[in-house]
Design a protein around this ligand. Structure first.
Ligand code: ZN
Ligand code: FE
Length: 250
């Protein structure tokens, strides 16, 4: 039967997600920034909230946790090694867990924060602020070598059809930056047009797929001649560092 994913917009441009195991009607919430909209959905659908999956410690990903803990006693709270209050289980790279009858596993993707985890469940990847549609998170607690390992080692090993559910609606800004550094990429042009069409009618651009990201996300294309030329660097980690610096400068 598997799991279904529901997207819950939070704050200004954050996404939280519900992962619903169809067989048991157990649900997990990913990165709750706010309690209200998440709990409203749980009640409206008559679900049992059993897990919170936290990618990292920033407030826009955990701010709704204490309210959910009060409403769902016994909630299992899974994270990596980031400092977060209320965590009941800290997962290591490749460690498994279950939402009802659906199995998932954690992938260590540090850099944005030291303990940043991504979660893979039933072909869906919840990657927080590591991989965005068309971009990646800032290197707050790590370096370019770690982001390269996370994106182009750990996440790049997943199948093309993996659905990418990231933590923010940053797609248009990311793809506009990508166009500056990879101007002749036709997949990128097509994605940008599609993303503008979605945003014009207020629809989310999430999820994309890993196959798509490989085709247009500059941070997953650090080995290509185009991105080498754009940055004047050759080594993948140096290209990664240069791209991040360019993007941060705006
Ligand atoms: Zn963050
Ligand atoms: Fe964030």
């Amino acid at each position: 039967m598997g799991a279904r994913v529901e997207l819950i917009p939070q704050l200004k441009d954050n996404y939280s997600f519900l992962i619903i195991d169809e067989q048991t009607r157990h649900a997990a919430v990913v990165d709750p920034a706010e309690t209200g909209p998440v709990w409203a959905r749980i009640e409206a659908e008559g679900l049992r909230l059993t897990h919170a999956l936290l990618t990292h410690h920033h407030l826009d990903h955990v701010g709704g946790l204490s309210g959910l803990l009060a409403r769902a006693p016994g909630l299992e709270v899974l994270s990596g090694d980031d400092p977060i209050e209320g965590v009941t289980r800290r997962l290591a790279h490749q460690e498994g867990f279950e939402i009802g009858a659906t199995a998932g596993r954690a992938l260590a993707t540090p850099c944005h924060t030291r303990g940043h985890l991504s979660f893979l469940i039933d072909g869906a990847l919840f990657c927080g602020d590591t991989l965005f549609v068309g971009g990646c998170g800032r290197f707050f607690e790590g370096d370019a070598a770690q982001m390269h390992a996370a994106l182009n080692g750990v996440l790049a090993a997943l199948p093309d059809e993996t659905r990418v559910y990231c933590g923010h609606e940053y797609t248009l800004a990311n793809l506009e930056f990508a166009r500056r550094v990879d101007p002749h990429n036709l997949a990128l042009r097509a994605k940008l047009d599609a993303a503008y069409a979605l945003r014009r009618r207020g629809a989310p651009t999430i999820p994309s797929t890993l196959g798509e990201e490989r085709a247009y996300n500059p941070f997953m294309r650090v080995m290509t001649p185009a991105l080498r030329a754009a940055t004047g660097e050759v080594a993948p980690v140096a290209v990664m560092a240069a791209l991040r610096a360019l993007k941060d400068r705006g």
